[in-house]
Design a protein around this ligand. Sequence first.
Ligand SMILES: NC(=O)c1ccc[n+]([C@@H]2O[C@H](COP(=O)([O-])OP(=O)(O)OC[C@H]3O[C@@H](n4cnc5c(N)ncnc54)[C@H](OP(=O)(O)O)[C@@H]3O)[C@@H](O)[C@H]2O)c1
Length: 201
Amino acid sequence: MKIGIIGSGNIGGTLGKRWAAKGHQVMLSSRDPQGEKMQALAQEAGENASTGTAQAAIAFGDVIVLAVPFNQAGAILSEADDLHNKIVIDAMNRFDGQSAGMEVVRLAKNGRVVKAFNTVAWEVIAQPQYGVANASLLFAGDDADAKRVVAQLCAELGFDPLDVGGADNIPALESALMPLWRLLGPLLGREYGLRILKRGE
Ligand SMILES: NC(=O)c1ccc[n+]([C@@H]2O[C@H](COP(=O)([O-])OP(=O)(O)OC[C@H]3O[C@@H](n4cnc5c(N)ncnc54)[C@H](OP(=O)(O)O)[C@@H]3O)[C@@H](O)[C@H]2O)c1
């Protein structure tokens, strides 16, 4: 697939490198795409990766990943205007009690928004395998086709994808894991994984 990564820091850089290694075409974006840091990242990500501006990455991708600080996303989406049915993976968290994802749903004009990756630290995205078990990756959104694609992309990284419902559930997905993060982080550090067990497995 062609994947445009908006924000190539901890989350975007990790996702970009891993999907490029799986054979996807990835454009990693930055405000300084030609800079030393981005060129080093692109080199590390290999031949399937290129760099560009946020708008170039949006134009490039069939799938777009939002991995910038939330306060940057509004301007980027407004400038992009019509997203022509592209899949928009929103990985952002927001720390004022409001929902980042619902704002993305509102602003991503003709984008098919799926909330995903906001519940795991980037270190877990880098390595979702824990011995014989792999971590669950919870995602939510209204578009069934978009969610199938996102589930496949999560599985390729080694996660156990878990669809937790429609866009109405995005605020719960964003807020539910924060208390757990505050509880478990001091005990286990950043790299703990959660695995949701289901009957019938
Ligand atoms: N860190 C985690 O483990 C984690 C976990 C779950 C969710 N999240 C969420 O994921 C998002 C990214 O977190 P992060 O830790 O990856 O942040 P980060 O390492 O600071 O990376 C953010 C990137 O966004 C880029 N950026 C900022 N403004 C931009 C703009 N206007 N246009 C294009 N690129 C822009 C920056 O690149 P340039 O300076 O090169 O432009 C930077 O590399 C946040 O919303 C965060 O809440 C993070």
